[in-house]
Design a protein around this ligand. Structure first.
Ligand code: BDP
Length: 700
């Protein structure tokens, strides 16, 4: 099994008594009449039930109500069934699944207000079977808690993928629009199975060409494929496009010709793609053009595009990933200072998309202080599903654990319990428009994500975008059961391994609040010594600030005071060494090497012990995986074994390179718990990776 089918693995149910029960309960299927989405539902049921029950699926032209699966819009239900389900509170994408047994009926009913709701309900129903759950007392009521649930592809038109580690871009621009790759359809199916309803096709480091007629035809072809699956297309808009493809002299957001150009361009797109989602914009960040090039603000830029999109009901997703060249106090503070003062001034079809942490997708960061700080502006969460800073597609790190930690963080913006999840789903400040984006890890590799367990990150992102309160353990379990097997001897240990994998990577890369110690450009291996890049905040030494005295970034009042951007309760908690959780210690404090940790050991020893622990955790993962051989196919078992072997090698590399380097300052012996480094510091410094995948071609 090469993993192409993802979690939509409809292999035969091998528990014979369960199989008998299902076969009996689901003798026939009735699906409401309808258009393209209903056709998709029928196809999925044919495939899913056919595979799981290993028998031909009998579709009836009319409901018989006996031992039948009924998939029907709420409005088409007879009075007697309608009274059994109450659609109040169900959003247009929500659904019910109920088993009903009374005098007239012995059915499982999937119903919804819309065809897309029915499709989502169908996938959920199939998942119930994939997980071998009983159909007897089903009472499922589901509506997504977040409006826009989208993937961001950092895909370039030449098919390279920025920070992509699983092959090339799946968008074959050259052969579109005439050639529709089967992958596009399977991509849409997989996303629909999770409720993902949007996809930004192109890199945030944008190319204006995608907005030219030649490319828009290709985009339209993809949008047509995705439509029946409820998946809307978005594009990244290069702010200087009016100059580059429009022939104007300026892209000033207040210039009348520029305003008109964006209006016309937007209309041109909607004429081709009536349900186009909108624009995703990275402006005035890392060399991307933006309104500040003309002395204007992010607010001016975002509102310009919002006005062009409003007549068509589109949205602007404006990224907050900015750090200015002119403020070198603390990069962690800059986005907040540029956006928060304009809270409430953005048009209502603007969402500000904020990365989960204030620096950049590190193995661990505290949540971004903008969450909870803009009660009058729609905000969107941006997670990174691709593992730019977590070992690419080579390391097994289960990201939903990280996502959950962020979503469950308390912002205290409205007192205790003001979780980031409540900002994201809008309930904290009664937001009308909400969203969650994940930077995709999908490519042309046979299994889509390179590492077989990378699929779990896509899966988990989708599930959390639907419901940000889900727990990462249940998500792991669902994914394992649907992807591999329901054998408890497999699910239990592998789930445990997945849940521990996130802490392992933190330990062997960036323990105790350290961050951004990655080597130049590729962000793969360690480079804590790097100090030669043109901007201070591109250098690891800027972040760890190791010197003869100690290590860590002082973000308290005595330092950059980034802490003041958080609610006072958190300022207290993180600012005080007594109460600051040790996982954030060096994020917020600069401390002497002999500072005493809670367990009585010195900071120096504590660092070494954490690094060692990370290595040992990977050893445990290898052991667990070894014993899983009997439960899954050889192909994927082998793949994961080899990858874990690399992960162990590299965990040691991180430990040794970082500890040897820090030792040049601490001048202390390694703690006795730590294994001896395998190489010298000079060796680690000399390693070069000029052809690492996913690197941005130019840092401009
Ligand atoms: C950084 C990446 C860079 C992206 C940038 C972004 O190194 O490739 O372009 O984020 O999010 O993490 O815009």
């Amino acid at each position: 099994d090469n993993g192409y089918n993802l979690w939509l693995n409809y292999g035969k149910i091998n528990d014979s008594s369960l199989l008998e029960t299902y076969r009996n309960q689901l003798q026939t299927v009735f699906v409401t009449d309808g258009g393209a989405t209903v056709d998709v539902i029928k196809k999925e049921l044919d495939r899913g039930l056919g595979g799981l029950l290993q028998q031909e699926v009998r579709f009836e032209p009319n409901p018989t109500f006996q031992n039948q699966l009924i998939v029907s819009r709420y409005a088409d239900l007879g009075e007697d069934l309608r009274t059994l389900v109450d659609p109040a509170g169900l959003t247009s994408e929500g659904y019910f699944i109920r088993s009903i047994e009374n005098k007239k009926h012995r059915i499982v009913l999937v119903t919804a207000q819309t065809d897309i709701g029915l499709l989502y309900g169908t996938f959920h129903f199939l998942r119930i079977l994939q997980m071998h759950q009983a159909l007897d007392d089903l009472q499922v009521v589901e509506s997504p808690k977040v409006d826009i649930r989208m993937l961001n592809h950092w895909d370039n038109l030449d098919r390279s993928v920025e920070r992509g580690y699983s092959g090339f871009s799946i968008w074959n621009w050259h052969m579109l629009p005439d050639y529709i790759d089967q992958r596009y359809i399977d991509y849409a199916r997989a996303n629909a199975s999770l409720g993902i309803n949007g996809t930004a096709l192109t890199n945030v480091n944008a190319n204006g060409l995608v907005l030219t007629p030649h490319y828009l035809e290709k985009v339209k072809a993809l949008a047509d494929v995705f439509r029946p699956y409820g998946l809307k297309v978005y594009l990244t808009a290069r702010f200087s496009a009016p100059i580059e493809i429009g022939g104007l002299e300026t892209a000033d957001p207040l210039d009348a010709d520029v305003i008109q150009w964006w209006k016309d361009k937007t209309k041109e797109i909607y004429d081709l793609i009536p349900d186009f989602g909108g624009f995703l914009v990275k402006a005035n960040s890392e060399g991307q053009p933006g309104p500040q090039n003309y002395g204007r603000t992010h607010l001016d830029g975002a509102n310009l595009l919002a006005d062009a999109l409003r007549p068509h009901k589109g949205v602007v997703i404006w990224r907050a990933f900015v750090y200015s060249e002119h403020d070198d106090t603390d990069r962690a503070k800059q986005a907040y200072s540029e956006f928060v003062p304009d809270d409430g001034k953005y048009r209502d079809n603007v969402l500000i998309q904020v990365k989960n942490g204030p620096i950049d997708f590190q193995p661990r960061e505290p949540f971004h202080p903008m969450f909870g700080a803009m009660p009058n502006t729609s905000q969107m969460m941006e997670f990174q599903i691709t593992k730019e800073y977590l070992g690419f597609a080579t390391h097994l790190v289960y990201l939903p654990k990280l996502f959950e930690e962020v979503l469950q963080s308390d912002t205290y913006s409205k007192g205790k319990g003001s979780l980031v999840a409540k900002v994201v789903d809008g309930t904290l400040d009664s937001k009308k428009l909400t969203g969650m984006a994940g930077v995709s890890n999908i490519g042309t590799d046979a299994n889509w994500t390179g590492h077989p367990f990378g699929q779990a990150d896509w899966y988990g992102f989708g599930r959390l975008a639907w419901n940000p309160y889900l727990d990462s353990g249940s998500i792991a379990e669902e994914w394992l059961r649907c992807t591999f097997t329901n054998d408890e001897n497999f699910v239990g240990p592998v789930k445990k391994m997945m849940l521990e994998s996130r802490e392992a990577v933190v330990n062997y890369m960036n323990p105790l609040g350290l961050h951004h110690m990655f080597d130049t450009n590729h962000h793969y291996g360690p480079g804590p010594w790097v100090d030669n890049l043109s901007r201070p905040e591109w250098n690891p030494v800027y972040y760890h600030k190791a010197d003869d005295e100690g290590i860590g970034f002082d973000r308290t009042k005595t330092g950059s005071d980034a802490l003041s951007q958080y609610a006072p309760e958190l300022g207290e908690k993180f600012g005080n060494l007594e109460t600051c959780p040790e996982e954030y210690l060096l994020w917020f404090h600069h401390l002497p090497w002999d500072y005493q940790l809670k367990n009585g050991r010195t900071l120096w020893d504590g660092l070494g012990i954490k690094y060692q622990q990370g290595v040992d955790q990977v050893r445990d993962m290898i052991k667990t995986w070894e014993s899983m051989k009997p439960f899954i196919d050889e192909y994927r078992h082998n793949q994961v074994s080899m990858l874990l072997g690399i992960q162990l090698k590299e965990a040691k590399w991180w430990r040794d390179a970082c500890m040897l380097y820090f030792q040049t300052f601490s001048k202390m012996n390694f703690p006795k718990e730590m294994e001896k480094p395998e190489n010298t510091l000079e060796h680690y410094k000399s390693l070069q990776f000029p052809f690492a995948p996913g690197i941005r071609p130019t840092w401009n």
